[in-house]
Design a protein around this ligand. Structure first.
Ligand SMILES: Nc1ncnc2c1ncn2[C@@H]1O[C@H](COP(=O)(O)OP(=O)(O)OP(=O)(O)O)[C@@H](O)[C@H]1O
Ligand SMILES: [Mg+2]
Length: 255
């Protein structure tokens, strides 16, 4: 039976589709078949896959299907749950009726949150919605856990040690808010960095396929790029492991 991951946030542009592609890249690279269900009417994932198909950047371990409503979602999960190991569901950037459907088919919900005032408010709303859903459920233990993932984290925050001085070239408010968000949401231990490799993934296809292309090249510059893609994939795989271990930024990590 496939493990189902629902990616949601009521904030547009928070990084849902990027995290979906990142997780799919990690599953495919580790030879796990996965299905991505694209529940966003903008069809970002469907378009991504169609471009990747045209340019030959596909991985046979990834399957992409569009869904327009909750019924499609249930059908697709039913149809594929025994032939893939993981199902990722990418959703649109606003809360709506499908959110309950999403929770009912998912084993875990992932909520990306960027370091911005609006993202913080909307993430809190999503957490409140999840708490409310649990409080109204007959079997609250059947409501999947929800994990916040810090999204598009700047490199100087990614490597910052809490309690030490603010990195230069970072606004004070942004610095303070980074730790306020960590304290407020207790996010997963692995943050998603702002990386040019993820933008390249957005334009071309899964990280592992890009990596193989660069590895196969005789050009030394491309060999160096391959190294950056190895690091990006290693982060994606660490994120997957943290999701399943439910490893959060405990006080000891953040102290
Ligand atoms: N970690 C990252 N590193 C670099 N660029 C990123 C990262 N995360 C997101 N982006 C870029 O930010 C833009 C918005 O990200 P994305 O499409 O993943 O957001 P979304 O939550 O799916 O948006 P929507 O609500 O519109 O579906 C994209 O152009 C993407 O390439
Ligand atoms: Mg999207």
């Amino acid at each position: 039976m496939a493990i189902v991951l629902g990616i949601m946030s009521s904030k547009g542009g928070a990084g849902k589709s990027t995290i979906t592609k990142l997780l799919a890249s990690a599953f495919a690279f580790t030879e796990n078949r996965c299905l991505i269900i694209d529940l966003d009417p903008n069809k970002d994932i469907v378009n991504w896959w169609s471009t990747a198909t045209q340019t030959g950047y596909v991985d046979d371990n990834i399957l992409v299907r569009p869904a327009t409503n909750g019924n499609d979602l249930f059908d697709l999960v039913d149809r594929h749950e025994s032939d893939v190991s993981f199902i990722l569901i990418d959703t649109k950037g606003e809360a709506s009726s499908w959110a309950v459907d999403l929770a009912s088919v998912s084993d875990v919900l992932i909520v990306p949150c960027m370091n911005a005032k609006g993202d913080r408010e909307r993430t809190q709303e999503t957490i409140d919605w999840h708490e409310d859903l649990k409080s109204r459920a007959e079997n609250p233990e059947r409501i999947p856990p929800l994990h916040v993932v810090l999204s598009r984290v700047k490199p100087n925050l990614l490597t910052h040690v809490r309690g030490t001085s603010k990195p230069k070239d970072l606004a004070s408010r942004e610095f303070e808010r980074h730790y306020e968000i960590i304290d407020q949401f207790n996010p997963l231990a692995t943050m998603v960095a702002e990386k040019s490799q993820y933008r390249e993934m957005d334009e071309m296809g899964p990280l592992g396929v890009i990596l193989q292309r660069y590895r196969a090249s005789g050009d030394p510059n491309e060999k160096l790029k391959a190294h950056h893609f190895e690091v990006a994939l290693a982060h994606a795989i660490t994120l997957v492991n943290n999701i399943f271990d439910q490893r959060k930024m405990e006080a000891s990590d953040a102290a």
